[in-house]
Design a protein around this ligand. Structure first.
Ligand code: MG
Length: 157
């Protein structure tokens, strides 16, 4: 049996926050604002996995009103979601994602992020694809006010 899931997330950029994308700290003067570490890549990935398995969304699973998730490392959300999928007998086929960011330039770190995500998910590197787009200076992302991410996953059992 095959299922697909889609995930999307956007967070605002602001001062005095570390920038974490795909579980990797990235050198940048501003970071993403949110209740957790605001890692849009891992939030969209979590939503895609939950969606594929018919398990709702990240807000149901890990409410941002819950103090235990304040400044949480978002790898926790992915790891907990993987456990839920594994319990239900699912394994991941592949992951494809696009990050939307006017800045910083993500070209130089796409390869490292791909390897990091593959390791986190227990997949071969060729089963994880990381793409990056700017906002072409249009809209909130194009003005570098926010970073977004879209993720598609295939799961199977
Ligand atoms: Mg989020």
């Amino acid at each position: 049996m095959l299922r697909v899931g889609i995930g999307h997330d956007t967070h605002r950029l602001g001062p005095d926050r570390p920038l974490i994308l795909g579980g990797l700290p990235i050198e940048h003067p501003r970071g993403l604002i949110g209740h957790s570490d605001a890692d849009v890549v891992l939030h969209a990935l979590t939503d895609a996995l939950l969606g594929a398995a018919g398990l709702g969304d990240i807000g149901d699973a890990f409410p941002d009103t819950d103090a235990q998730y304040k400044n949480m490392d978002s790898r926790f959300f992915v790891e907990e979601t993987l456990k839920r999928l594994q319990t239900a007998g699912w394994r991941i086929g592949n992951v494809d994602l696009t990050i939307f960011a006017q800045e910083p330039k993500l070209g130089p770190i796409k390869g490292r992020m791909r390897e990091h995500l593959a390791q986190m998910l227990g997949l071969s590197v060729d089963a994880v694809n990381v793409k990056a787009k700017t906002g072409e200076k249009v809209g909130a992302i194009g003005r570098a006010e926010a970073i977004g991410c879209q993720v598609v996953v295939l799961i199977e059992k």
